[in-house]
Ligand binder design. Sequence first.
Ligand SMILES: [Zn+2]
Ligand SMILES: [Zn+2]
Length: 309
Amino acid sequence: MDFRLTFLGTGAGYPTPARTVTALAVERGRDLFLLDCGEGALRAMQAAGVGYGRLRAVFFSHFHADHCLGLPGLLQTLQLMGRQRRLDVYGPPGTRDFLHRAVNLAPFAPGFCTIAHELEPGSEVALGGLTVSCAWMDHTAPVLGYRLQEPDRPGPLDAARAAALGVPEGPAMGRRKAGEAVTTPDGRTVGPEELVGPPRRGRSAVFSSDTRPCADLTELARGAGLLVHDSTFTEAHRDRATETGHSTAAQAAVTAREAGVAALSLWHFSQRYRGPETHLAEARALFTPTEAAGDGMTRDVPSPAPELS
Ligand SMILES: [Zn+2]
Ligand SMILES: [Zn+2]
């Protein structure tokens, strides 16, 4: 099943022609989720061919303007399109109030149902086969980071080993795959562990929004396939990052390494930089599988890195 991200906005603070502000589309199967919804998110979805009629839920990290001002316009457009399906909006405390204001901002309030859900660490949301969990980040306002996790799947069947042990083809194989023991024609019991490899870990993607490096984010990202991390500054402006509640690209790389993720995407670049080349070089020196996200860029969520033994 597809599990794909499209970076809609990768800039910090305010939109420019090169980068609009924070928003990320997550498509898995037929579901679409948004992580933050900065100004320009709707237009970016149109440009990238992301079918926003399928939008199921929006997750907000916090309500600084560069993360949320796209919602009122998106709601109006969904209304014009005749949406009837409800829209769930998740975020930290304050989400209910923000959604109420967004819904009532313009004269034509959406006719479809919108439901606000205020989360805190420990909350888990089951949506479209994914489990969404969250943790507090370390910023100048309360910010939630999110992990979207697929369930683990049963390990692959070793057909050759099954044949060697005399397990017949057909329904008995199906039961064994479901984790049950089966009895061979000569009366031996064969347990599932003898024939199935270890479970295949589900894919997962973790999104820090605005944050300084913090232990809760490292834990949230533990073993994930992909970490999308605040990369507002380069090392030349590390003090500024600390002051304003953000990270440098190198700090993002250290978190990725410590969390044991398979890959790192940098985003939320300060508009003061012409391009992300320095961010990328500083991060790759510490964590090789790093990319600098750009507006419109798409990537599949990779499988998790093998567990360290
Ligand atoms: Zn921001
Ligand atoms: Zn912020």
